[in-house]
Design a protein around this ligand. Sequence first.
Ligand code: PLP
Length: 398
Amino acid sequence: PSFLSDRINAMQESQTIAMAKKARELMAQGIDVINLSFGEPDFETPQYIREAAKVAMDQGFTKYTPVPGYLDLRQAIADKLRRENQLDYRPENIVVSTGAKQALANAVMSLINPGDEVIVFAPYWVSYEEMVKLAEGRTVTLMGALENDYKVTAAELEAAITPRTRLIMYSSPCNPTGSVFSRQELTDIAAVVARNPQVHVLADEIYEYINFVGEHVSLAQFAAIKDQVITVNGFSKGYAMTGWRVGYLAARKEIAAACEKMQSQITSGTCSVAQRAALAALQGGRTSADEMVAAYRRRRDLVLEQVQAIPGFKTPTPSGAFYIFPDVSAYFGQTTPGGEVIGNAGDLALFMLNEAHVAAVDGAAFGAPNCIRFSTAAADDKLREAFGRIKASLEKLG
Ligand code: PLP
């Protein structure tokens, strides 16, 4: 509608949320839909974290919090970054936000002027592009090759940088592809960044713990570019805490202060009780995460085998996160029993929802219109059932 701002009219609704909405509509009609559209752990938040939240409420953690987060939480985050990521930060370098999502948005808003170019490695997480749009920046998507597990190379990055480039955004482990940058790949990317001092990098490490190859490398470890890197992480994925809304970034002082200023005007500090829970999560270490990762790895293997058995689905092996992102373009141009032509991945996702009752997300939302994203964060038998149904439904196309 015209009474809404150009800004909001230009913005897309999150497609992952849109697909989940359609799935819920079918479920409300009593249809047994297997929902693989969500980017959410199917585990409950570990017990010790929930207990800490209950205690916090009774201890009176019910007031406004400091805008960048409680000092002891920021100190615990600094300790975590030193211990696990070899990064040297102080609490003043850290801003705790309402999810990693707000941390990313704060950084984009703090760094981007109208017309600035932001290089986004594709396939990318849905919200990056819309955040850049909000800041009136220009997104330059850089698509990794399927043959390289969809990872953008340093040479491809270097060729895309212009004098207007201000920011680079990527996630590793990657949502939606599950790819993980190796130390060597990041060494090469760091060298490109070092040659372009006007450029900052938002390294989204929210899936850090969900990694099947072992080594997680933080880009900020490369000393020559540390001040150019903003590291984003949080509690949603590794600790199964999506609903608590706690994430953070670590950056040079000036950037952290800018993000704090931004946050002070739009949301203030994130929820008091959730911050106490996040502190307990960190104090508990990685044990609970490691247990969940064992399940994610088992499901990755199970789903990979099933996806590879579906004719026409092409996928790299996910190294982390909890998604599989097959290229499904072999089905474009085929016809449904009802006579409709599958024109793109969105059509195929809708066909699978209606025919197989499995909800997934059109890859176009991630800048990869040949693909469909399936979450693998579901029970093993549900996953087996889902891909069995999908295989059967695709046999009806011709
Ligand atoms: N970054 C990526 C790559 C994600 O997949 C997500 C959640 O789906 C987020 C950030 C946001 O996480 P949070 O729940 O901490 O806002």
